[in-house]
Design a protein around this ligand. Structure first.
Ligand SMILES: Cc1ncc(COP(=O)(O)O)c(C=O)c1O
Length: 384
């Protein structure tokens, strides 16, 4: 049996008629930019995140940029974040002319190490950008306390965490702005790119709305240099069909994660992610303690596709060579990039597919260490 890391085919089959009708309705309406579908989605999404406003935009990256711009963060300013994330986290900070300052992550959660933030604060620090990576919520009680003590803005990178909660409260409702991605692999995915910025500050919402449409508060009056970053009506229509299913999908992801944690416990050379209430499990990321890449290949040869999020830390990317000197060592981030491996997880993963993943891992990890496993052999040969 082949097990993909992610697949939308069953979901599209299940929602097929509703999706077709919604998209056709937009096509027939002629209202492709803005309009009823977008308004309905923004209202419903803001409600689901427990904020007063949601501003639809072109991507999660743009949501981050709009948030930073609306908070007037720019050249000369520093934003504290982590290097163990998707590149867009830091890229958005650089895109507004500010400088990302990277703090190492906590090895237990893979999230920004809250104990290291204060040491990174300088007079130039304007904001904290926590990343709810893989769907796991950052401890927003502690992070907001640090932000308040130092009068810093908070932009939450919720790109991977739609449906996640900290202490029962949705992520994206703690900071000044929450930034979500609707990239198709996310917990709530569009049929293309899409994003939203959530806030309960009416002024920030209005500024982000204007910036997303060329800095235009009223037709052909431009008060700022903005962007063309809208959530298309067709994407909004797709998201309106999908949003009511989000809670069920997150529950299913949690059940899959719980089964992995139970059935893979105690395997040699494998570290499992700990559980966390409110985790929305966009990814189930294990650590392979030796030769992760060889192990990934062996899994692939056995029909199990996995993904490495992320093989290179942001601060080691060529695009950030200019920041290398001022970035201290980030040993946990660097080690994680060598060890992490994301197992298949998506709501439509069948029990049988998951069982295949579990059994394959169990067989393989009976071997003493992945480095001792032959490359590309049969499953029998892989058992020590
Ligand atoms: C942590 C994180 N931040 C930001 C983004 C950017 O979102 P988008 O791809 O919608 O621009 C992503 C997308 O993968 C992400 O994972």
């Amino acid at each position: 049996m082949q097990v993909p890391p992610f697949s939308l085919s069953q979901q599209i089959n299940d929602l097929g008629t509703d999706l077709e009708e919604a998209v056709l309705q937009v096509l027939r309406s002629g209202q492709y930019i803005g309009g009823a579908q977008l308004n309905a989605f923004e209202d419903a999404f803001a409600t689901s995140v427990a904020t007063s406003h949601a501003v639809g935009c072109n991507s999660g990256t743009d949501a981050l940029i709009l948030a930073l711009r609306a908070l007037e963060i720019g050249p000369g300013d520093e934003v504290i974040t982590c290097s163990f994330s998707f590149f867009a986290t830091a890229e958005a900070i650089s895109a507004v002319g500010a400088t990302p300052v990277f703090v190492d992550v906590d090895p237990a959660t893979y999230l920004i190490d809250l104990d290291r933030i204060e040491a990174a604060i300088t007079p130039a620090t304007k904001a904290l950008m926590p990343v709810h990576l893989f769907g796991r919520p950052v401890d927003m009680t502690r992070l907001m306390a640090i932000a308040e003590a130092h009068r810093l803005n908070v932009v939450e990178d919720c790109a991977q965490a739609t449906g996640a909660r900290w202490n029962g409260q949705p992520v994206g409702s703690f900071g000044d702005v929450g930034c979500f991605s609707f990239f198709p692999t996310k917990n709530l995915g569009a049929a293309g790119d899409g994003g939203a910025a959530t806030t309960s500050d009416a002024g920030l919402a209005q500024t982000m709305r204007e910036l997303a449409v060329h800095g235009m508060p009223k037709r052909y009056l431009h008060t700022a240099l903005g962007y063309n970053s809208r959530l298309d009506a067709i994407q909004a229509a797709v998201l309106n069909v999908k949003l009511p299913h989000l809670a069920d999908w997150v529950r299913r992801r949690s059940a899959i994660a719980a089964r992995y944690r139970e059935q893979l416990a105690g395997l040699q050379g494998l570290s499992l992610p700990s559980d966390e209430p409110g985790h929305s499990w966009n990814q189930f990321v294990v650590r392979i303690n030796s030769d992760r890449d060889a192990f990934k290949q062996i899994l692939q040869d056995s029909g199990i596709s996995t993904i490495i999020y992320y093989p290179i830390p942001i601060h080691s990317q060529p695009a950030y060579a200019h920041l290398r000197q001022q970035t201290g060592p980030l040993p946990i981030t660097e080690q994680l990039c060598q060890q992490v491996l994301s197992l298949p997880i998506f709501p439509e993963l069948t029990d049988q597919q998951q069982q295949t993943v579990i059994e394959t891992l169990r067989k393989l990890l009976r071997a003493k260490s992945p480095t001792q496993l032959p490359r590309g052999g049969s499953q029998e040969r892989m058992v020590a």
